[in-house]
Design a protein around this ligand. Structure first.
Ligand SMILES: Cc1cc2nc3c(=O)[nH]c(=O)nc-3n(C[C@H](O)[C@H](O)[C@H](O)COP(=O)(O)O)c2cc1C
Ligand SMILES: C=C(O[C@@H]1CC(C(=O)O)=C[C@@H](OP(=O)(O)O)[C@H]1O)C(=O)O
Length: 368
């Protein structure tokens, strides 16, 4: 069904529910002869998987990925790549309270309204468990981008009102090395100590908190994107807004740009000392454009921020309704994230990599 697919030339379809047998993805359109590093794909999944820290859901999933097709002797064959991730720790009985009562601010009611039936075990298809499949596909897209020298990296830029300055992303390898060191913090991402303390505080109160992830795409050549509907920032926005719990997307100067004068906002082009990629013959003194003009990349780093709402399932008694429309009460049970942003980092990167991989292929098809 169209609702389960994403992309034009580098296309993915995901399948599976949180408490079903498995989740997975099929990638169609990945060029042949791309080196597939299974260890890298697994590492990306490990960055997202649940159950690794007190500040994430306690559901323990190994998220071990199996490639079923499309790869032969370590290289893509140009045929559909299917990847499967079994579910191992569902414990569905813990969710029986949820059978016919709708959790406030989760997707329980809207799924019921749309289909008249819903898999109430955990979040079913609406659970962010599905994003593991996106991360697996995104890892393949990242391998494609790496082969062209393009890096996609992001970090937790805020939790509640705590903001973090951007780490030094100018050297992607050094950043990734730093992040590896951070794995001892159990969250596998670049999360400030103060943020971890705040998330834990909120968790102990049975509550949840929102936050933001900022993403940088470095060495993206100029010329990727489309002039009208599928503008690069429009496709990035759609990709980000398709991630569970996302409530905002801004690129470049974003909402702050609306408070600026043109004389402050314009990015002055200067000659590029060493052109990166095809067509990247300029750079700009500032980057309020976020690396995109007229829907097409201009060769500067692409920068955007994604805002996530606080997790809906809280461990407090809340007013709601049941499937008959009668007043009811619900208190969260089962295992839930107190804040999604630490685990959202690899999801944001995966979706960004999928968009750039798709537009890279589209760009190659756009001129002789
Ligand atoms: C990484 C990640 C983990 C999440 N974990 C939970 C969770 O444990 N409990 C929950 O209620 N929502 C969680 N969410 C959010 C829900 O999946 C999301 O709110 C729900 O599908 C409704 O969709 P919407 O918020 O996009 O409207 C998570 C989201 C992400 C990205
Ligand atoms: C299992 C994962 O996270 C889940 C995301 C999620 C949600 O509502 O989004 C709710 C919880 O699971 P369940 O679907 O069992 O209620 C989280 O544990 C995962 O990310 O792999």
């Amino acid at each position: 069904m169209a609702g389960n697919t994403f992309g034009q030339l580098f296309r993915i379809s995901t399948f599976g529910e949180s408490h079903g047998e498995a989740i997975g993805v099929i990638i169609d359109g990945c060029p042949a002869q791309l080196d597939i590093d299974l260890e890298f794909i697994q590492t990306e999944l490990d960055r997202r998987k649940p159950g690794q820290s007190k500040i994430t859901t306690q559901r323990k999933e190994s998220d071990t990925v199996k490639i079923l097709s499309g790869v032969f002797e370590g290289k893509t064959t140009g045929t559909p790549i299917a990847m499967l991730i079994p579910n191992e720790d569902q414990r569905s009985k813990d969710y029986s309270h949820n059978t016919d009562v709708f959790r406030p601010s989760h997707a329980d009611y809207t799924y019921y309204a749309k289909y008249g039936i819903r898999d109430h075990r955990g979040g079913g298809r609406s659970s962010a468990r599905e994003t593991a499949a996106r991360v697996a596909a995104g890892a393949v897209a990242k391998l494609l981008l790496k082969s062209q020298g393009i890096d996609v990296i992001s970090h937790v830029s805020s939790v509640g009102k705590i903001n973090a300055p951007a780490p030094d992303f100018s050297n992607a390898d050094r950043f990734i090395e730093e992040r590896e060191k951070n794995i001892v913090r159990c969250v596998n991402q670049y999360v400030a100590e103060e943020m971890i303390t705040r998330i834990d505080e909120v968790r102990k109160q049975g509550d949840t908190i929102g936050g933001k992830v900022t993403c940088y795409i470095n060495n993206c050549p100029a010329g990727l994107g489309e002039p009208v509907f599928d503008k690069l920032h429009a496709d990035l926005g759609k990709a980000m807004l398709s991630i569970n719990a996302v409530h905002g997307f801004e690129y470049g100067s974003g909402f702050a740009g609306s408070e600026m004068l043109g004389s402050e906002h314009n990015d002055s082009p200067i000659p590029h000392p060493s052109p990166v990629g095809k067509g990247a013959l300029i750079q700009t003194l500032t980057n309020n454009a976020g690396g995109i003009l007229g829907g097409i990349s201009n060769g500067m780093p692409i920068e955007f921020t994604v805002a996530f709402k606080p997790v809906a399932t809280i461990m407090h008694n809340q007013q709601t309704i049941n499937a008959k429309g009668e007043a009811a009460e619900i208190s969260g049970k089962g295992r839930h994230d107190p804040c999604v942003v630490p685990r959202a980092v690899p999801i944001v990167e995966a979706m960004a990599a999928l968009v750039i991989a798709d537009h890279l292929l589209r760009h190659r098809a756009s001129k002789l």
